[in-house]
Design a protein around this ligand. Structure first.
Ligand code: SF4
Ligand code: FES
Length: 144
């Protein structure tokens, strides 16, 4: 399985984006549109914004599609390192798993995910087992 991974650098940190994990929550461009703007190319621009602000926004990405690496080598998405795996069924959305996990695919391949992973529970994602945001298009409701 080859995943596209994009890097955006400002000399202090590198923001890493994994499109296959993006659930199109729009949190990044609603929260910091001067950095995250899907109408521009490249859609992430690290210019003119404090690094701390960028880190704060990256940490709010619900799916783990965004993460960052400091020039010192520190890798992060969440402020607090989790000591246990936590599972959160979100309202009308995916199952978010916080923590480091291993996922075994149908072909036997095992991949590791860190920080956060969003799993589809509406059944309609084109990127199973991960959520790809389709739940919004089909108006999935978790209460039924
Ligand atoms: S999942 Fe993350 S990268 Fe994708 S739109 Fe939401 S905040 Fe942005
Ligand atoms: S829960 Fe998001 S695509 Fe299914």
């Amino acid at each position: 399985m080859t995943d596209i991974i994009k890097h955006y650098d400002n000399g202090e940190i590198t923001v890493i984006w994994q499109p296959s994990l993006c659930i199109h929550s729009a949190k990044c461009f609603a929260g910091l549109p001067s950095v995250f703007n899907p109408r521009k190319k490249p859609w992430i621009s690290m210019e003119g914004v404090e690094t701390a602000q960028i880190i704060e926004q990256v940490q709010k990405c619900p799916s783990g599609a965004l993460s960052y690496k400091e020039s010192s080598g520190v890798v992060g998405n969440d402020e607090n390192e989790l000591k246990e795996v936590i599972i959160e069924p979100t309202v009308n959305g995916p199952l978010i798993v916080y923590g480091t996990i291993s996922i075994k695919h149908e072909d036997g391949a095992i991949i590791q995910r860190e920080n956060k992973t969003a799993f589809c529970r509406c059944g309609e994602s084109s990127n199973k087992p991960f959520c790809d945001g389709t739940h919004k298009k089909i108006n999935f409701t978790s209460s039924k």
